[in-house]
Ligand binder design. Structure first.
Ligand code: ZN
Length: 120
């Protein structure tokens, strides 16, 4: 199993591609991205058969919890700037309850609906 991530330069490139599409990050969010941040694709779907629609969890400078934003991208840009990695290679930290685990993005703690972000 794998997860899909990008770095800040990749996220900015995807944001450029999203400009002519329906959904993308605000100028304010782009300005606040953590320069060394790792951004995680939480939900991925194919939209109208011609583009990716992805909910990103974005690392923001000076903020504990990731920001959530939907972005549409062409398949070419998405393949180029987003990369799949082995999810088992990373320990996650739940931003709701601080539980740590390795695996899926959803927190495994009963009753917690938090999501796990990748450690810095
Ligand atoms: Zn949790």
């Amino acid at each position: 199993m794998s997860i899909t991530i990008t770095d800040t330069s990749g996220f900015r490139a995807l944001a450029d591609d999203s400009r002519k599409r329906n959904r993308g990050p605000s100028v304010e969010l782009l300005a606040s991205l953590e320069p060394d941040g790792v951004h995680v694709a939480g939900l991925l779907m194919i939209h109208n058969g011609h583009e990716m629609r992805v909910r990103w969890l974005v690392k923001v400078t000076g903020q504990e919890q990731p920001a959530s934003v939907w972005m549409d991208n062409g398949f070419d840009s998405f393949e180029r700037y987003a990369k799949r990695i082995d999810k088992n290679a990373f320990e996650r930290i739940c931003f709701e309850c601080d539980h740590r685990w390795v695996g899926d993005i959803a927190c495994p703690v009963d009753g917690c609906d938090g999501l796990g972000e990748l450690p810095p």
